[in-house]
Design a protein around this ligand. Structure first.
Ligand code: NAP
Length: 329
């Protein structure tokens, strides 16, 4: 598999595996740790290196599961986890970017993952109550202490990216990027490309929607709070699903593969991390590396309607691209 270097010592493959849904989130009732561990092992065998988790997934149980799966195989994996979010008593998430929290969170992640060092440590959300320099400084200290190899950030605006990159080199930016969420091509992706920073693209298959297999979401499914998963938005975005299906039929691939191939086509340093809990879908998704979309296919996909429903990441940004505070939750 072709490698995407993101720092002198750390390499991502062209595609990674998102582990979030292995411990719930989407259809939590179907959690199956045995199959999830097999998925991680098979991914390694297929040449996938990057495994993405977060302390908040589960919460906490996702890192434990990934740690269990990678026991004895750790050297073959690039472990990416995240800090900066904490669960409240009601299950709602809040941000905590205080240096003391970042240090404690890192110790917790190392323990749950059962490793000495985290390969890519990502700030999950910027905390508007704490100067970003302080949060990032604490993360840089973790690199100096050998507990972390490289730093990343999720849901940061361009000025925030420029700030942290000037303080300590940013190895990767993580954001949603897909045919259902193409907006980041306007600002964050060009910034990453201009600065030689990898773009880790989460939800590349639109949280499952682009496969055509999501007609509604039930209680306990985290997508129920996503404005793109209301009944109206699901119906309004149907032409996008049809467009993906039409290209898939023409190129002899599945809709999920076309969705992933579109993300891969956005640049050499764009690394999609599709999530799945099943071996069959893992193999299908990794095989997207062999799907070639021609200029006409890409033109057709780019001409699909603008998705209805406000993006999740939009609600989580703390400043806009001019540095102004915006709707921090
Ligand atoms: N930084 C952030 O704030 C953030 C936010 C969200 C996610 N993420 C990361 O991004 C990763 C991926 O995102 P995601 O899981 O939200 O969305 P995704 O990868 O776009 O979609 C995952 C959903 O699609 C289904 N699926 C996967 N492959 C399929 C296939 N070939 N055919 C049909 N359905 C398929 C999965 O179901 P099954 O599991 O049943 O296969 C799951 O419901 C997460 O695991 C997480 O690591 C990061």
């Amino acid at each position: 598999m072709r490698k995407t270097p993101i720092d002198a010592n750390l390499e991502l493959g062209r595609t990674g595996l998102g582990c979030m849904s292995m411990t719930g989130g989407y259809a939590p009732a179907t959690r199956d740790d045995r199959e999830s561990i097999q998925v991680v092992h098979r991914a390694l065998d297929l040449g996938v290196a990057l495994f993405d988790t977060a302390d908040i997934y589960g919460p906490f149980s996702n890192e434990q599961l990934l740690g269990r799966a990678l026991r004895g195989r750790r050297d073959r994996a690039v472990i990416a986890t995240k800090c900066g979010l904490v669960p409240g008593p009601d299950g709602a998430l809040s941000r905590d970017g205080r240096p003391e929290h970042i240090r404690a969170a890192c110790e917790g992640s190392l323990r749950r993952l059962g490793v000495d060092v985290i390969d890519l440590y990502q700030l999950h959300r910027v905390d508007p109550a704490v100067p970003l320099e302080e949060t990032w400084g604490a993360m840089a200290d973790l690199v100096a202490e050998g507990k972390v190899r490289a730093l990343g950030i999720s849901h940061a605006t361009v000025p925030e990216l420029a700030l942290v990159h000037s303080l300590f080199p940013l190895a990767a930016v993580q954001y949603e990027l897909s045919i259902l969420a193409p907006q980041l091509r306007a600002d964050v992706l060009p910034w990453c490309q201009a600065n030689g920073v990898a773009f880790v693209a989460f939800a590349p298959i639109g949280r499952g929607y682009l496969t055509g297999g999501v007609d509604g979401v039930g209680v306990g499914d985290s997508r129920s709070s996503d404005p793109r998963f209301t009944a109206d938005a699901l119906a309004a975005n149907r032409p996008i699903v049809e467009g993906v299906r039409s290209v898939a039929e023409r190129v002899g691939a599945t809709p999920a593969q076309v969705a992933i191939a579109w993300v891969l086509a956005q640049g050499d340093r764009v690394v999609p991390i599709p999530g799945t809990r099943t071996l069959r879908r893992l193999e299908e998704n990794v095989a997207a590396l062999d799907v070639r979309l021609g200029p006409e296919d890409l033109r057709e996909l780019d001409a699909l309607p603008v998705p209805t429903g406000r993006m999740q990441w939009d609600r989580w940004r703390s400043t806009d691209n001019f540095g102004r505070r915006v709707g921090a939750r």
